[in-house]
Design a protein around this ligand. Structure first.
Ligand code: TXA
Ligand code: MG
Length: 303
C-alpha cells in the first residue's frame, strides 16, 4: 500500500529500511531505492518489469557527492559544476565498489535541482532511481498517474513540486577522454559543446553497447505515434500535440518547444486512456530543445 507524505525524513527512513520511494525531480518522477542496498535495487527491476542489464541513475543531494562516489577526470570538473544541480546525468567510473550499478565499472549520477529533493537525498544517502514508469511506457510527469501504476507495488510517495521539464535528463559519458552524449535532454548537445567542443554525438546504431537503456523500447504509448503532416484528424481515433488548434479526441496546443516537452508524456498517456489509434505530433520548431524532443518522439514512432 502506497503511503503518501510531504515528509522528507520519513521518506529517507523508508529508503534506509530498504523500501522503494517515488519522488519528483525537475525532469520526471523517479522510483528510488538505496544505492547501497542491492536487494532493494533489484526490487525496482521487478516493480518496473525492467530488463536486468539496464542500470539506474544514482541521485545525490550535493555536487560534491558526485566526486565522492565517482572518479572524475579533472578535464570535466568545471563542466560538472556548470550544469549541476540540473537535468543532466554523468557516466563516470565508480569509486565505491559496493554501489549498486548492475555489474558495470561505471555509474550514472546526477543532482536534481529541486531543493526539497536535494534535502531528502542528503538524508537518504545515494538513491538509485530510474524513471517511475513501467518499462517501455512513457515516463510519468504527473502525480495522478503514479497511483494507477504503483498503488500496490511501492511503499512511499514523497510529495513535492511536479516535474517542470517533462523529459528525462541529458546523459553524457565522461568516463573517458572524449565525452559522449548518450541521451539528449533539455541540456542540448549545442550547449554542452560550448564547454566541451570535442563532444561526440553518436548515431543511434552505435549507441547500443554503450548505454544499455538505449537498446530497449522506450517512452512509447500503446497507440501508434506519427508525425503530423496536415492530415484531417478523426475526433474518435486520433489525438494531436502541436502548435496549432486542431480538434481531435485529445488535442494539446503548445506555444513553444519547452511547453511541448512538458506535455509530451502526459499526451501519450491521455491518448492511450482515450484508446485513440494514432497520436499525431507536430514537428518541433528547430531550436536547442528540438533535438531531445525529436529523439523521444522518434523512439515512440519506432517502438
Ligand atoms: O531524468 C532522469 O534521468 C530520470 C529521473 C528520475 O532522474 N531518470 C531516468 O532514469 O530517466 P532511467 O533509468 O529511465 O534512464 C537512465 C539511463 C538509461 O538509458 C541507462 O541505460 C543509462 O541512463 N545509464 C545508467 N547508468 C549507466 C552506465 N553506467 N553506463 C551507461 N548508461 C547508463
Ligand atoms: Mg526510463
Amino acid at each position: 500500500m502506497l503511503e503518501v507524505s510531504e515528509d522528507i525524513e520519513k521518506a529517507a527512513y523508508f529508503i534506509q529500511k530498504g523500501k522503494l520511494v517515488l519522488f519528483p525531480t525537475e525532469t520526471v518522477y523517479g522510483l528510488g531505492a538505496s544505492s547501497w542496498n542491492r536487494n532493494s535495487c533489484l526490487k525496482i527491476y521487478e516493480v518496473k518489469k525492467r530488463p536486468k542489464d539496464n542500470p539506474f541513475i544514482i541521485h545525490v543531494g550535493r555536487v560534491e557527492d558526485i566526486f565522492e562516489l565517482g572518479i572524475i577526470n579533472p578535464k570535466y570538473e568545471a563542466f560538472i559544476y556548470k550544469f549541476s544541480p540540473g537535468p543532466i546525468s554523468f557516466i563516470v567510473e565508480k569509486r565505491k565498489e559496493n554501489l549498486f550499478s548492475s555489474n558495470l565499472p561505471t555509474i550514472g549520477i546526477r543532482v536534481p535541482s529541486i531543493f526539497k529533493i536535494q534535502d531528502f537525498l542528503k538524508l537518504a544517502g545515494p538513491v538509485s532511481a530510474p524513471s517511475a514508469n513501467l518499462s517501455g511506457k512513457p515516463s510519468i510527469t504527473k502525480r495522478e498517474y503514479l497511483f494507477e501504476t504503483f498503488q500496490n507495488t511501492v511503499d512511499f510517495l514523497l510529495l513535492g513540486e511536479e516535474p517542470e521539464i517533462g523529459i528525462e535528463s541529458t546523459v553524457i559519458d565522461i568516463s573517458k577522454d572524449i565525452p559522449i552524449l548518450l541521451r539528449p535532454g533539455k541540456i542540448s548537445s549545442e550547449e554542452i559543446k560550448k564547454i566541451l567542443p570535442d563532444l561526440q554525438v553518436i548515431s543511434k546504431k552505435f549507441l547500443t553497447p554503450m548505454s544499455p537503456g538505449i537498446k530497449y523500447k522506450h517512452y512509447a504509448p500503446d497507440c501508434l505515434v506519427k508525425w503530423y503532416e496536415g492530415e484531417k484528424l478523426s475526433i474518435l481515433e486520433n489525438s494531436y500535440l502541436g502548435f496549432s488548434n486542431i480538434p481531435s479526441a485529445y488535442s494539446i496546443q503548445v506555444k513553444d518547444n519547452l511547453e511541448y516537452m512538458k506535455n509530451l508524456y502526459s499526451f501519450f498517456i491521455e491518448s492511450d486512456k482515450r484508446k485513440v489509434k494514432v497520436a499525431y505530433c507536430e514537428k518541433p520548431i528547430p531550436d536547442f530543445f528540438s533535438e531531445s524532443l525529436i529523439n523521444r518522439i522518434e523512439k515512440a514512432i519506432l517502438k
